[in-house]
Design a protein around this ligand. Structure first.
Ligand code: ATP
Ligand code: MG
Length: 362
């Protein structure tokens, strides 16, 4: 079979005499090396014509060539990857098989080789894709780490607010209430105490709002359904909540919560809607959250930082946010969040428990 292919010229064949002169080449060999005819090759020194340099351009002396040495020893040699030089100086990757044969009464060498250009290109492409894939995975992982680090930071700020400023204000409220309980406070002082008490209470409310916006404790404690429900309490329009009451990894719950929070804030600020609806469904791989209103439409992700920030947050988790908001037809926001996003929820810690107690105090 192989012989038939060689004779019919499909496999490049290269015969070299005992002085390393090219004695015969078939058409396939001439074509593979970019020559027009065997006339350009016959009689020339084989190594110095097709094997004189390495792929990096450095010289390849015949003394270094394993084919030369095998030929001298009269041994066959097979090389799975070698590079020969074409007529125009470019390199062609080949596999090569050399055996000794008698040419004009002396031992010479017969070489058959295969052009590996296609498989080398395929291999290069495969390697390039692999590198690209690894790079993308690293970019994705680093975006996830950035989002998670920011979330952790928020959580810490919220904990500090609860344990520090809020606890301090609660003590002020208690002290002022005790002062009120201590019999008559003279006229003007009584009004000042009342005012201080009201200020301290409203500062606590503001702190709680701030903490809630940064990282809602109800989300960590009770999950997405309860957290979304808490968002609707202050909504100016009735909000139907159809959120499945189950737990997901931290990053998934937080992303879903922020989508619901931003979308409902936008409904309140811009939509002029009469009603809104928040739903979740869970597919095998994703949590899908939608927020829809029947308002004026016209929402755009590029206009502010709210929706654009959500797009970035979801992209970091390999999720997507689609905003459909034709003018006059209401707004529909759909977030798809991979359930495997982020690092898995760690078990509840003592710190969480303390955190909730402090919140309970206020
Ligand atoms: N539900 C909605 N109905 C009508 N218009 C909306 C709605 N949601 C958003 N928009 C419009 O899309 C714009 C972009 O919203 P986005 O939340 O990204 O930014 P923003 O609310 O203006 O600013 P930020 O959220 O940073 O405070 C808004 O300015 C508003 O014009
Ligand atoms: Mg907004």
């Amino acid at each position: 079979m192989q012989e038939a292919l060689v004779i019919s010229g499909e496999i490049p064949l290269w015969l070299v005499d005992g002085d390393d002169r090219i004695a015969f080449v078939n058409d396939a060999a001439v074509r593979t090396l970019g020559y027009d005819s065997d006339d350009e090759l016959l009689g020339r020194p084989s190594h110095d014509t097709v094997h004189w340099k390495h792929p990096d351009g450095s010289p390849y002396p015949s003394e270094d060539c394993p084919i030369t040495h095998a030929t001298r020893r009269g041994e066959p040699i097979r090389m799975e990857r070698d590079w020969w030089v074409r007529k125009d100086g470019s390199m062609v990757p080949i596999s090569i098989h050399c055996v000794q044969i008698e040419i004009d009464g002396r031992m010479g060498t017969a070489m058959t080789f295969h052009d590996l250009t296609a498989s080398v290109q395929a291999e290069d492409e495969r390697r390039r894709l692999e590198v690209e894939r690894a790079r993308l995975a690293e970019v994705r992982a680093s975006r996830t780490r950035i989002v998670e680090a920011a979330d952790e930071q928020r959580r810490r700020v919220v904990r500090d607010l609860h344990d520090g400023a809020q606890a301090g204000l609660v003590r002020v409220v208690v002290a002022l209430q005790l002062a009120q309980g201590h019999g008559e406070i003279p006229g003007e002082a009584s009004a000042l105490v009342d005012e201080a008490l009201a200020d301290a209470r409203s500062a606590i409310d503001e702190l709680r709002e701030l903490a809630h916006g940064l990282h809602p404790a109800v989300l960590t404690r009770s999950g997405l359904a309860a957290a979304v429900q808490s968002l609707t309490a202050r909504a100016p329009v009735p909000v139907v909540v159809e959120v499945v009451d189950e737990r997901y990894p931290d990053a998934v719950e937080l992303a879903a919560y922020f989508v619901a929070a931003e979308a409902l804030t936008n409904v309140a600020k811009y939509a002029r809607a009469s009603t809104a609806r928040v739903t979740t469904t869970r597919t095998a791989s994703h949590l899908v959250l939608t927020v829809a209103d029947d308002g004026i439409g016209g929402a755009r992700t590029a206009a502010g930082t709210g929706l654009a920030g959500l797009v970035d947050r979801l992209a970091a988790l390999d999720g997507t946010l689609v905003v459909t908001s034709p003018p006059g037809e209401g707004t529909h926001i759909r977030a798809e969040i991979p359930l495997a996003a982020g690092t898995p929820r760690p078990p509840a810690t003592d710190l969480d428990a303390q955190h909730h107690e402090v919140e309970g105090l206020a």
